[in-house]
Ligand binder design. Structure first.
Ligand code: NAD
Ligand code: MLT
Length: 544
């Protein structure tokens, strides 16, 4: 008798998804919702697959010692409730359904803007309390107002399209959106979020919660927001600082706040609840019949395909590469990914196009996979579930061109990979190679040769090649107790006085004051901190 694969459904799921599981021979399912702690741990050990929304947290503890579970499917986008490193370590594939709820969430953000503008919630409340307050609830029109959109991925772009039809003026910020794509959407791109804050009547965020987006609107931003602004968050709690929002509302700087998501969920009390100008919903962005049917059916199908045919789609922690190819390319995939991480942090934002050049022996390998690995590194900090499988598609969706070429001519190294990224009117260039087949090294930066480990904390500096630079930086690092593990400089010509670059491998992140002191040196033009994984650490999708 063929083996039966047991699936546990950990959150309420649309019936259509359950029906699909029930109709598939060889698949059995059970619904067990509201689990945590030891109950969740014990349940996960009894099943081959699991499907959930955002109501359950699959932590490392919940997976500890699990020898049975093979696949976890998130019926939705964000996988921040699943410890994917723990899952990867146990060989569990984590998949999601990235597009099923895009439109519903975009519509919810627009509904929130409208609810704020027309006082829908308080007006109805006053009506059921027996009042007929026509003058109290004077609203504002959306047409001809300015909407700022932070994050122009799937949902942000859908919001832009609807908002355009409502005759809003659109300003946007996303570190990865080509100018042409922004023009198609009718969005004026700005160089950073701060630049848009004094200009927008409405602000809607559509990014993951990252170190960069946490507290995007906090107390320091209150003074620069346009007075009377209305703020919407249907992305992730924590992007707006809830205490700062309460302060801004109380002072009158902010006219309205609409939240669907909270720093802590479920959120049953908040200083914001009940304040005038606030509309809140309990994480309902994706809660439409259509979106839930779509994510449930897509999610169930992912599990069915995985258990009946072995097919893996939308995996966020594993690459669909056969083990032999993987073994031959692992070192280069790691190098390509690290170069992508470096370029994203060096160029920072406004990325328009990228090109890669493979030279020497590596040019004869499957460079398409290396190009995808570079794209995954480039987008890793910006997009939640990027990996070698989806990275190039994500770049294309943002209108960013990624070209590659290869030449088997051997240069200074038997193999090398160079990357160029155009961003904010400048071209950033770097090249890397592998030492001993496994150790990634940076061998060119901005056209200058050097040699640096591609791991840990790097401090890159562009400078004029005059005496005393290395001593000055060394002294500043020493004063701030930052140990320099390795140092390398490269200059454009053999003569001193010209353009030069330097890279330091540091044992810890220098404090901001140290960076300011380095920046203040008269011959130093730019200073950038780059954070890379420790030596030997591979990305999840590469089995790290
Ligand atoms: P996406 O990956 O398609 O888009 C995210 C975009 O944010 C990317 O284009 C990325 O470049 C951009 N970004 C990252 N960091 C940024 C920064 N510092 N500044 C500006 N832009 C930045 O994701 P998506 O599918 O559009 O989802 C967006 C968010 O909405 C996610 O956090 C997701 O979890 C959340 N979401 C919420 C609900 C809900 O029910 N409320 C439903 C679906 C998705
Ligand atoms: C998501 O990430 O898809 C959303 O938060 C919606 C959800 O699943 O509740």
């Amino acid at each position: 008798m063929a083996a039966v694969h047991k699936i546990v459904v950990l959150d309420p799921l649309a019936q259509e998804g359950l029906d699909l599981l029930a109709a598939t021979p060889g698949i059995e399912y059970e619904v067990r919702t509201g689990l945590k702690g030891p109950d969740l741990h014990a349940t996960l050990a009894e099943f081959d697959g699991a499907i959930l929304r955002s109501g359950v947290k699959i932590t490392a503890d919940a997976l500890e010692g699990n020898r049975r579970l093979k696949a976890i499917v998130r019926a939705g986008v964000g996988t921040d409730n699943i410890d994917r490193t723990a899952a990867t370590r146990l060989g569990i594939v984590v998949m999601n359904t990235p597009t099923g709820n895009t439109l519903s969430t975009a519509e919810h953000a627009i509904a929130m803007m409208m609810a704020l503008s027309r006082n829908i919630a308080p007006a109805y409340q006053s009506l059921i309390e027996g009042r007929w307050d026509r003058s109290k609830y004077m609203g504002t029109q959306l047409a001809d107002k300015t909407l700022g959109i932070v994050g122009l991925g799937r949902i942000g772009q859908a919001v832009a399209r609807i908002a355009k039809a409502l005759q809003l003026r659109l300003i946007g910020y996303d570190p990865f959106l080509a100018q042409d794509r922004a023009e198609e959407l009718g969005v004026e791109l700005v160089a950073n979020v701060r630049d848009m804050l004094p200009r927008v009547d409405y602000l809607s965020v559509h990014t993951p919660l990252t170190n960069e987006t946490r507290d995007l609107i906090g107390e320091p931003e209150l003074d620069i927001l346009k007075p009377g602004v209305r703020l919407v968050n249907c992305a992730r709690g924590g992007i707006y600082n809830e205490a700062a929002l309460a302060k801004g509302l109380a002072s009158g700087r902010i006219a309205g706040v609409a939240l669907d998501v909270y720093a802590e969920e479920p959120c049953k009390t908040s200083p914001l609840f009940g304040m005038p100008g606030v509309v809140c919903t309990p994480h309902l962005g994706a809660s439409t019949e259509e979106a839930q049917t779509q994510v449930a059916v897509e999610g169930a199908q992912l599990l069915i395909d995985f258990f009946t045919t072995g097919a893996i789609r939308h995996a966020i922690n594993m690459a669909a590469i056969d083990p032999k190819t993987l073994a031959g390319l692992k070192g280069y995939l790691n190098l390509a990914h690290r170069l992508g991480l470096l370029m994203a942090q060096w160029a920072k934002s406004g990325v328009q196009n990228c090109s890669l050049r493979y030279r020497g022996e590596v040019a004869a390998k499957e460079t398409q996979l290396l190009t995808s690995a570079f794209a995954a590194g480039l987008l890793e900090a910006a997009c939640e579930d990027v990996n070698i499988v989806n990275a190039e598609v994500l770049l294309r969706e943002r209108g960013i061109e990624l070209k590659s070429e290869r030449t088997t001519d051997v240069g200074a190294f038997s193999s090398s990979m160079s990357a160029q990224v155009s961003a904010d009117g400048r071209t950033y260039a770097a090249a890397g190679t592998l030492f001993g087949n496994v150790m990634p090294r940076l061998v060119k930066l901005g056209g200058h040769r050097l040699e640096t480990y591609l791991d840990g904390t790097l401090l890159l500096f562009e400078h004029r090649d005059v005496p005393g630079i290395i001593g000055a930086i060394g002294t500043i690092c020493g004063r701030h107790n930052v140990n320099i593990a390795q140092m390398s400089v490269g200059r454009a010509t053999d003569k001193p006085g010209g353009e030069a670059v330097g890279a330091l491998n540091l044992d810890s992140q220098p404090p901001d004051e140290a960076l300011e002191e380095i920046r203040a040196h008269r011959a130093i033009k730019t200073v950038t901190i780059i954070k890379l994984p420790p030596a030997g650490k591979l990305p999840d999708w590469l089995g790290g």
